[in-house]
Design a protein around this ligand. Structure first.
Ligand code: ATP
Length: 746
């Protein structure tokens, strides 16, 4: 494996694309040029592409400072790119290619890109590829004056760092560091988890007691629940029995009430009928009474009529008798007058032997006759006075005749009157017959008292019947009320039972989230209710005594216990991890020490040989101070140039010391070979004699390692197979000039 080419673009002073090719035959290539032309920039480029990110090593303030910054004539560039192309025919690089190129690119924005054979990859991929090739970290592919100075440094750790790098213990150190970091983290975790364990353990103690109480509580609750369910079931069955009984009673009572109501309604209807009949009867009686009154009125009228008729009859009979008497008297008078007239005497009017009534009639008749005489006298006198007075006798006869006529007149009138009275009598008599109290054919009166009395009796019977029925109804009413009262009473009792059942059901649901059908399916029973209640009271008392209870404690305890187990397991894991890490650290220490010691041993041998060649004799030794463990010990380099005694390095001349340091670095490289070695002006401090030793050493090493050497020294240049000149024809911009010197020797 060897470096075939180095290509740069935009890297530091190499603004333009530049390529340095290294042939397989060119074992030593010298890079030459004036100060500041950019020779070391080539070394920086190689460092950078191999994965270096340390700004100090790259001699810049920031990584992006490696990009060409521009000159008076050129603008700054935006990216820098460096590529190395290796011959991999030896398959040293673990890739199935004869040539492997690695390339790195950075943009001014800071973004980096990496490539292996033009494939984009990570920096880590490049570092991994170079691992174990001698080009990786901590190898001696690049040797600068700084490293020479470090070997010569009076500071132990600076020097040791060089040897440790060579011993390859940096990887152990890195791994140890990682392991120690992990160990610290593990120990911190152990501490933290231990604290947690203590905390959880304390919690667990509290929770254990709480959980015990909670379990006891839950057990008591369970037992109480069983008893309560048993009791409830018992209560419910009792209630159901009572309910069934009451329901049966209620049905009977309702039936009875219903029947009573029907009877009452029937009686009511009957009562209404009776009352209607009574009303009618009373109406009938009233009507009869009215009729009776009317009959009475009629009777009274008849009586009055009858009496009136009887009076009339009496009066008429009396009149008839009077008239008959008067007639008889008149007839008598007429007879007498007739007699007188017949006798020629003036009739003398005498009424001395007449009845008073006849006398009166005669006197009245005389009076009327006088008036009639007077009237006739007047009439006669008017016609002829002589006719009256001269004829007085005649006149008297005539008067008698007149009187007879008058009497006859009167008689006639009497007879008319008698006839009229007779008619009246006859009429009144026939009328009286009609008004006779028991007149035959008189209509039978409608309202006879006995009829009324009979109706009244009927009415009274109806009233009695009504009273009886009303009394019966009152009784029935009482009975019905009592039946309804019983129904209500039973309904209330039923409602109470249902209320009790609802209460039990609600209590059951609230306390145990159970329904009645659900508890029915449960096997809990109670044989002795009183005993069960006592037991329940006792358990409830114990429950109350336990309160307050953290019911979550059981779960929390389980969780905490699991957590503690988990913590303990974690602790055990961490303990074992810590033990493993401690073991690893010890092992890494041991391996590092082993490597270090072996390297130091090898180095001591190689360096002694190299020294002897450089100085044409003599001896050299690299020792570790015995006062400290090897990895902390001082590295003591002692030399014994030919013919001289053992001297510490510090007692050699400046050039001799540099040469020794270079020899040590070369020896280290020999122990850990690298495909190429880039040396930057390590020969600067060497005089002619030492340069010659140095070039001999270069040639010696070139057989195994490709050498790139930046130098100002012509003898070193002369030792090279090829030379690249770096110039700055344009200020600030490096340019490469190839100066192939095949086989050239100074
Ligand atoms: P010497 O022989 O003195 O050691 P040299 O040839 O090794 O010198 P270098 O150290 O490689 O020179 O080059 C240093 C030069 O590179 C300096 O002039 C520095 O300004 C220049 N330089 C460094 N970084 C950049 C950059 N990013 N852009 C341009 N120039 C840069």
């Amino acid at each position: 494996m060897f470096l075939k080419s180095l290509a740069l673009r935009g890297f530091k002073t190499f603004a333009e694309s530049t390529e340095l090719e290294f042939g397989a035959a060119a074992r030593i290539t010298a890079i030459v040029g004036p100060n500041g032309c950019g020779k070391s920039n080539l070394l920086d480029a190689v460092r950078w592409v191999l994965g270096e990110d340390n700004c100090r090593q790259l001699r810049v303030a920031a990584l992006t400072d490696i990009i060409f910054a521009g000159t008076n004539r050129r603008k700054p560039l935006s990216l820098a790119e460096v590529g190395l192309l290796f011959d991999n025919s030896s398959d040293k690089l673990n890739l199935p290619f004869a040539e492997v190129g690695i390339r790195r690119r950075v943009f001014r924005e800071g973004e980096s890109e990496f490539f292996i054979n033009k494939n984009l990859c990570r920096l880590k991929d490049i570092r991994d590829l170079l691992l174990d090739t001698g080009l990786g970290e901590g190898t001696y592919s690049i040797i600068t004056q700084g490293q020479v100075d470090a070997v010569l440094s009076s500071k132990g750790e600076e020097r040791r760092a060089v040897f440790e790098e060579a011993a390859g213990i940096n990887k152990y150190k890195t791994r140890k560091l990682n392991a120690e970091k992990k160990l610290i983290a593990a120990e911190q975790n152990i501490l933290r988890i231990n604290d947690l364990k203590i905390e959880v353990g304390e919690q667990l103690l509290t929770l254990e007691e709480q959980a015990r109480r909670a379990r006891e509580y839950l057990e008591l609750q369970k037992e109480s629940k069983a008893i309560e369910i048993g009791l409830t079931k018992r209560q419910i069955s009792g209630l159901l029995e009572r309910k069934a009984k009451i329901e049966a009673e209620l049905a009977t009572a309702r039936q009875a009430a219903h029947e009573q109501l029907a009877t009452e309604q029937k009686d009511e209807a009957e009562l209404i009928g009776l009352k209607e009949r009574l009303r009618k009867k009373e109406l009938e009686i009233d009507e009869l009474l009215v009729k009776l009154d009317e009959e009475k009125d009629r009777q009274r009228d008849r009586e009055l009529n009858r009496r009136f008729l009887e009076g009339e009859l009496e009066r008429e009979e009396r009149r008839a008798r009077e008239l008959a008497g008067q007639k008889a008297e008149l007839l008598k008078k007429i007879e007498e007058l007739q007699t007188k007239a017949d006798e020629g005497n003036s009739p003398h009017l005498s009424v001395g032997n007449c009845s008073p009534a006849v006398g009166e009639a005669v006197r009245s008749l005389f009076a009327q006759m006088k008036e009639a005489v007077a009237l006739f006298s007047g009439i006669f006198s008017f016609f002829s006075e002589e006719a009256v007075f001269p004829h007085a006798e005649q006149k008297l006869n005539e008067a008698i005749q007149l009187k007879i006529d008058l009497l006859n007149e009167e008689l006639k009138r009497l007879e008319t009157e008698s006839e009229r009275v007779g008619f009246g009598l006859q009429a009144h008599r026939s009328q009286l017959h009609v008004y006779a109290p028991q007149a035959a054919g008189a209509s039978q009166p409608a309202a006879r008292p006995e009829t009324i009395a009979a109706r009244r009796a009927e009415r009274d019977r109806l009233r009695q019947e009504i009273d009886g029925l009303e009394e019966k109804k009152r009784r029935e009413d009482r009975d019905e009320r009592s039946s309804e009262g019983r129904v209500t009473e039973l309904e209330i009792a039923l409602a109470k039972i249902e209320g009790e059942m609802t209460g039990l059901s609600e209590k059951l649901f609230n306390e145990y989230n159970l329904t009645l059908p659900e508890i029915d399916a449960l096997p809990h029973t109670v044989a002795n209710a009183a005993k069960a209640r006592a037991e329940l009271d006792e358990k409830k008392g114990r429950l109350r005594a336990l309160e307050p209870v953290n019911l979550l404690a059981v779960e929390e305890f389980e969780k905490s216990r699991d957590r503690l187990s988990y913590i303990e397991a974690q602790l055990a894991d961490l303990d074992s991890a810590r033990d493993s890490l401690r073991a690893l650290v010890s092992e890494l220490d041991a391996r590092a020490e082993q490597h270090f010691l072996r390297t130091m041993e090898q180095l001591s041998l190689v360096f002694s040989e190299t020294f002897a060649r450089l100085f044409s004799g003599g001896e050299a030794v690299v020792n570790l101070s015995a006062d400290r463990p090897p990895l902390e010990a001082e590295i003591e380099i002692s030399v014994r140039p030919p013919g001289r005694r053992w001297l510490p390095l510090s007692q050699l001349s400046g050039g001799e010391r540099s040469l020794c340091a270079i020899a040590i670095l070369f020896s280290l490289m020999k122990i850990r070979p690298s495909p190429f070695c880039f040396l930057d002006e390590v020969d600067a401090a060497l005089d002619e004699a030492n340069i010659s030793r140095f070039t001999d050493m270069l040639k010696d090493f070139a057989s195994t390692t490709q050498i790139l050497v930046i130098t100002h020294n012509k003898r070193t240049m002369a030792a090279a197979d090829s030379i690249y000149g770096v110039t700055m024809e344009e200020p600030g911009v490096s340019k490469i000039i190839s100066m192939k010197l095949t086989g050239a020797a100074a």
